[in-house]
Design a protein around this ligand. Structure first.
Ligand SMILES: NC(=O)c1ccc[n+]([C@@H]2O[C@H](COP(=O)([O-])OP(=O)(O)OC[C@H]3O[C@@H](n4cnc5c(N)ncnc54)[C@H](OP(=O)(O)O)[C@@H]3O)[C@@H](O)[C@H]2O)c1
Length: 231
């Protein structure tokens, strides 16, 4: 069987990095995007050409387009898994939040994600998977998370409509409703959060592999929470 290809944004840290590593271990080729690609150096050393780090800011449409052209369209690759994981959280009272902080969340978590999907979609393999990392904050509104929540409610609606649009091509769209996961994202979140109560990015990656292994099941939404529930 020929090697499968994944296109992952936010591949340098957290959930995107854990999934990149898990797929490389399984023999996939991964096009791994982030603004800073140094954290992927060790994976490139281990997996060589199968791990292709690409330094791109998902807010830069031209750079994203160039990455898709160079790594997907020109070598006539099909994408079997798209995981647009680039994201960030600015948390705090909305009234006091600088506009550049909430705008960045919309530009990365929502516009950047939509832009990524639109550029990669023509190259998706029939039967391929688009897995969208949403959040429990896209189902419930928590105080101090207003704009993050807006992006995640948006992403959930996007995934739901897109699923019905691409179903005729046999493309699966899974939305993940994720609870707290112990990643670097929490370094910027005020408060004392016990990482031991969180999901691990490796567990989230393992569930994504499970979805890939069961293409006969339409996993439309997978809600994964830490055992203690919403933190
Ligand atoms: N952790 C959680 O508890 C949790 C829960 C629910 C949902 N999620 C969602 O899951 C996704 C991944 O989160 P995570 O926890 O893995 O975050 P993370 O550990 O902070 O990693 C975020 C990734 O996004 C990249 N990134 C950030 N801004 C970018 C930009 N402008 N352009 C390109 N890449 C950018 C970062 O790399 P660079 O800085 O190098 O660009 C990094 O690789 C996010 O959408 C997040 O909202 C997370």
């Amino acid at each position: 069987m020929s090697r499968q290809t994944a296109f992952i944004t936010g591949a340098s840290k957290g959930i995107g990095k854990a999934l990149t590593q898990a797929l490389l271990e399984r023999g996939w080729r991964v096009i791994a995007l982030a603004r800073h690609t140094e954290p992927l150096d060790a994976l490139t050393q281990t997996y060589g050409d199968h791990c292709r780090p690409v330094a791109v800011d998902v807010r830069d449409a031209a750079a994203l387009q160039d990455a898709v052209r160079t790594h997907i369209a020109a070598p006539a690759q099909s994408v079997h898994l798209l995981f647009p994981s680039a994201g960030l959280a600015h948390v705090g009272a909305f009234e006091a939040m600088p506009p550049e902080a909430w705008r960045a969340m919309i530009e990365v978590n929502l516009t950047g994600l939509i832009q990524t999907v639109q550029l990669v979609l023509p190259h998706m393999a029939d039967g391929g998977h688009i897995v969208i990392p949403g959040s429990i904050a896209g189902a419930t509104g928590f105080a101090n998370w207003a704009v993050y929540s807006a992006t995640k409610f948006g992403v959930r609606g996007f995934a739901e409509a897109l699923r019905n649009e691409v179903r005729p091509r046999g493309i699966h769209v899974t939305h993940l409703t994720l609870g707290a996961t112990a990643t670097p994202l929490w370094e910027a979140v005020p408060g004392a959060w016990d990482r031991r109560n969180m999901l691990t990015p490796e567990e989230v990656a393992a569930w994504i592999l499970h979805i890939l292994d069961h293409p006969q099941s339409g996993v439309e939404d997978l809600r994964l929470l830490p055992p203690k529930g919403v933190l």
